[in-house]
Structure formats: structure tokens, C-alpha cells
Design a protein around this ligand. Structure first.
Ligand code: XIL
Length: 369
């Protein structure tokens, strides 16, 4: 009897310890691993990170599987004059992504901000079409086959749902929208092509975007996805508004991406909403309350906010292709300078010393429930 029991007990212990080991082995060690079966996890990178800044290099490789250029692929930087292209930093970005085994999301081909001055000065339709064609051919053409997805058009719709009176609309009329998508698809047929914008949860804007996208689809142009930038705040948009928007965009038969996620923890200056980068407000002490660090209660609230948002993303993982954070650590974030210059903000998952924040840990528990 004894002889039989002993080996059985031994086998049971062995099986148990193997099981434990397997569970430990599959425990995700990064946010990209946690959501590997669900959606891509990305970050925006700027010059320092592209140049391999040692303080963040391994973190970027470990946590993210897709990179977006925060600035270096925007027209005023990559194509500042008609015959001048700056490909050095974008090339380095692609090399970094290749080294890390990451994808690259291209940001952005047609945008009224950070626009090359020579394009901004164009006054007639033919010259605008010629300039944009040259731009798309040169930029999307250079990285053909290496780009996972492109923001073809960025921020073409106003808060009331009307089309922005941009230089593109003024010169080419609304036909510039399907035209840009067709042009991008000709040059780069393999990448997913996106329309990207901020405040994508507002009802009027959402309706305007949907109307515009339907026209693009009806024109026969290839459009694959809608990017919701996700420059959000602690109390707005609500989870319900975000959910309704994901569902509405997905109902167009398109992929949805959250493309520039950050959560502003600071008081919002009056009269400023959305992420139109030309907006600004004056620095006042009451708008900058956490210069000495993020209080524990705000840190906990931010963690809950991120957990709620990621629980929603996870719920709709069949519709969401990618979630990209707009920067790596709080010190990098553009939200220290927008819409008020010189504040101390805490919108991301890593602190100013690249340490994981409470918000990071909260997201890592989202799938436990
Ligand atoms: C921001 C960058 O983060 C800043 O560094 C830059 O000074 C201005 O642009 N919407 C977009 C992004 O599509 O490209 C913007 O990025 C933020 C708003």
C-alpha cells in the first residue's frame, strides 16, 4: 500500500509544480505581452528616444510593439521645403523599430498643423494636388512595405461636425479627402489607411466624421480605420461616450485604433477643449497644482481611470487594432506644454524616472477579472 501511495503523491506534487511553473511562465511581463492576443500597444517617440536614449531604450523595446513618430514624420519636419526632405530621423526610427521587432505607424500625411510652409502658402487646386502628390509619393514611397498603417488625413473635421476650413479644403474642395486616400493607397497598397482626429467622442463631431468617412467609402477609395487620438481627461469623455464611439466607428466596417492616448490630470483652462495644437492658455498657479509630485489620491484616481478605459478596450478587442500612448514617460509628454506652457502633468504610465506608475499596475490587472 505504502509503496503505491508514495509514487502517486510524488506524481501529484510533480504535476502541481509543473502547473505552477507554466502559469508563472505565461504571466505577462509587459503591457504588450498582456494584450498580445487583443491589440497592439504602441508609443510615440521623439528625437531622444529615436537616437537610442539609454534611460528608455530597453523599456521601449519591452513594453511596446509599435512605434509612432511624435514629430519627425510631419510635413514641416520631413519635407520643410519643396525640394528638401529630412529622412535622417525617420530612417533611424525605422531602424530602431526593426532592431526591436516593432511595427511602425506613419503619422501623418495630410494635416493642417506642423504643415510645410510652402504647402500652407498654396492657393490653387492644381498646385495643391501636385504638392500633396509629391509629398505622399516621396514619404509613403520611401517607407513602402515597412509601414503597418498610415494616418492619411489628420483632423479634418470640426467639433460641430463640419469640415475644417483648412488650406486643403479651401484649395481642392472636399474632394481632397477621397483623393488623399486614393493617392496613399496607390503608393502604399499594403498598409492600413486611417482617418485620425481628436474629440472623436463628441456627438456632433462623430456624426460629421461618419458622414465624411461614408463619402470616402462611396468614392471607392481604400480606407481601413478610424483613429481616435485619445487625449482625454479624468472625467471626460465618459466610458459610455468612448464605447458608443468605438461601436459607431466600427459599424462603418473599419478598424478602430486609439492613437495618441494620454490622460490629463490637471485642471482644464476655460475655453480650451480638444487637441488643436494652436490653442493655448495662460499659466496660472491654480492650473498647475502638482509641481511637487502627484498626490496619492490623484494617482489612485488616474490608475482607476486607466483601468476602466482598458477594461473597455479589452471588451471591444475584436474592434480595436492598436492602442498607442502619446509618449513614454510623464516628463516627455506634450501635455506639460499644452494647452498651457510649463506645467507639470502626469498623463502616462511611467514616471519621470521611467518607473512604472500605479496606472501601469492597474492596467496589468484588467484581464484578471
Ligand atoms: C504634438 C506633439 O506631441 C508635440 O511634440 C508637438 O509640439 C505638437 O504636436 N494631435 C496630433 C499630434 O495628431 O501629432 C500632436 O502631437 C498632438 C495632437
Amino acid at each position: 500500500m505504502k509503496l503505491r501511495v508514495l509514487p502517486l503523491a510524488f506524481v501529484a506534487v510533480l504535476a502541481w509544480s509543473c502547473k505552477e511553473k507554466t502559469a508563472e511562465e505565461v504571466k505577462p511581463e509587459s503591457i504588450k505581452e498582456l494584450f498580445a492576443e487583443d491589440f497592439l500597444i504602441g508609443t510615440a517617440v521623439n528625437n531622444g528616444q529615436i537616437n537610442g536614449d539609454a534611460s528608455q531604450a530597453s523599456l521601449i523595446a519591452k513594453e511596446f510593439n509599435v512605434l509612432t513618430a511624435e514629430n519627425v514624420m510631419k510635413s514641416s519636419l520631413i519635407h520643410p521645403e519643396e525640394d528638401t526632405y529630412n529622412f535622417e530621423m525617420p530612417d533611424k526610427l525605422f531602424a530602431l523599430a526593426e532592431k526591436n521587432g516593432q511595427k511602425v505607424h506613419g503619422h501623418t500625411l495630410v494635416w493642417h498643423s506642423q504643415l510645410s510652409p510652402f504647402i500652407a502658402a498654396i492657393e490653387d487646386s492644381a498646385s495643391m494636388a501636385e504638392a500633396l502628390k509629391a509629398h505622399i509619393e516621396a514619404v509613403a514611397g520611401r517607407y513602402k512595405g515597412k509601414v503597418y498603417s498610415w494616418d492619411v488625413v489628420n483632423e479634418a473635421v470640426e467639433g460641430d461636425g463640419s469640415l475644417r476650413q483648412s488650406v486643403f479644403l479651401k484649395t481642392m474642395g472636399e474632394g481632397y479627402l477621397p483623393w488623399a486616400f486614393k493617392m496613399a493607397a496607390e503608393v502604399e497598397p499594403d498598409a492600413d489607411l486611417y482617418y485620425n482626429d481628436y474629440s472623436m467622442t463628441g456627438k456632433a463631431k462623430r456624426d460629421g466624421v461618419i458622414k465624411m468617412v461614408k463619402k470616402i467609402q462611396e468614392s471607392g477609395a481604400k480606407i481601413d480605420g478610424i483613429g481616435m487620438q485619445g487625449h482625454w481627461h479624468m472625467d471626460f469623455p465618459t466610458i459610455q461616450e468612448i464605447e458608443e464611439s468605438i461601436l459607431a466607428y466600427s459599424a462603418l466596417g473599419l478598424k478602430v485604433a486609439i492613437t495618441e492616448l494620454d490622460i490629463d490630470v490637471l485642471p482644464n483652462p476655460q475655453g480650451v477643449s480638444g487637441a488643436e495644437i494652436s490653442q493655448s492658455a495662460e499659466l496660472k498657479a491654480e492650473l498647475d497644482p502638482y509641481t511637487d509630485g502627484l498626490p496619492a489620491d490623484v494617482s489612485a484616481a488616474l490608475a482607476k481611470r486607466y483601468a476602466d478605459i482598458f477594461a473597455l478596450f479589452y471588451k471591444h478587442r475584436d474592434k480595436i487594432d492598436r492602442v498607442t500612448f502619446w509618449g513614454v514617460n510623464d516628463g516627455d509628454s506634450w501635455k506639460n506644454g499644452f494647452p498651457v506652457q510649463g506645467r507639470t502633468n502626469y498623463p502616462l504610465l511611467f514616471d519621470r524616472n521611467n518607473q512604472r506608475k500605479e496606472a501601469y499596475d492597474a492596467i496589468m490587472k484588467v484581464k484578471d477579472k
